[in-house]
Design a protein around this ligand. Structure first.
Ligand code: AMP
Length: 208
């Protein structure tokens, strides 16, 4: 099944994509993770996108679409995938439609207030990318990843000015995708303001 997870930053797309990807044995393809890996490697792409990401702006469509095209051409994406954080603009959605057939788009709905609370408390493992929250999903040992023992850090774009900018960018450029996919009959909605388990139950019942 080819899925898109749509929603504001902090809506829980990454957490749920990880859970569902394990259950269904299909890859989670997060453009944010791919860009962060490029920054960590110090590659040409990483250098191009680092400043953009820190400010919470969007990476240009051409670079993003190329990255996704390349990732989706790998064999593990042949049996289905979860796109997490892509597409984020109408142009990206149009480009995707030219080379992929999407089955379902799940929109994670959540208030701005909750987005701010979630993102400012988010901690990410520097080694394996696992996601925690200081209140809702704390690690067993503060500052340390439960799965791999890696160091937990605050993403540069999870600082308050950047969070506000990401929300503005989301409303201007990404929110129109809700109507885009609704018009194409692909949109399903979940309430993602509660626990990951609550979101997972809704997704499972939507997917049957
Ligand atoms: P995320 O981890 O999904 O919140 O993405 C982190 C950052 O990566 C975003 O704020 C953007 O700068 C960049 N990014 C991720 N996905 C996209 C996309 N589909 N289009 C443009 N920029 C993206």
């Amino acid at each position: 099944m080819n899925l898109i997870f749509l929603g504001a930053p902090g809506a829980g797309k990454g957490t749920l994509a990880t859970l569902l990807s394990k259950e269904h044995g299909i890859p989670q393809i997060s453009t944010g993770d791919l860009f962060r890996a490029a920054v960590k490697e110090g590659s040409k792409l990483g250098k191009q996108v680092q400043g953009i990401m820190e400010k919470g702006e969007l990476v240009p469509d051409s670079l993003t679409v190329e990255l996704v095209k390349e990732r989706l051409s790998k064999p593990d994406a042949g049996g289905g995938y979860i796109l997490d954080g892509f597409p984020r603009t109408i142009a990206q959605a149009d480009a995707l439609a030219e080379f992929q057939e999407i089955d379902v788009v799940i929109n994670f709905s959540i208030s701005d207030e909750l987005v701010i609370r979630r993102l400012s408390g988010r901690r990410v493992c520097r080694s394996c990318g696992a996601i925690y929250h200081i209140e809702n999903m704390p690690p067993k040992v503060e500052g340390t990843c439960d799965s791999c023992g890696g160091e937990l850090y605050i993403r540069d774009d999870d600082k308050i000015d950047s969070i506000k900018n990401r929300l503005r960018v989301y409303k201007e450029q990404t929110e129109p995708l809700i109507a885009y996919y609704r018009d194409r009959g692909l949109l399903r909605e979940i309430d993602s303001s509660e626990t990951p388990e609550h979101s997972l139950a809704q997704i499972k019942s939507l997917l049957g």
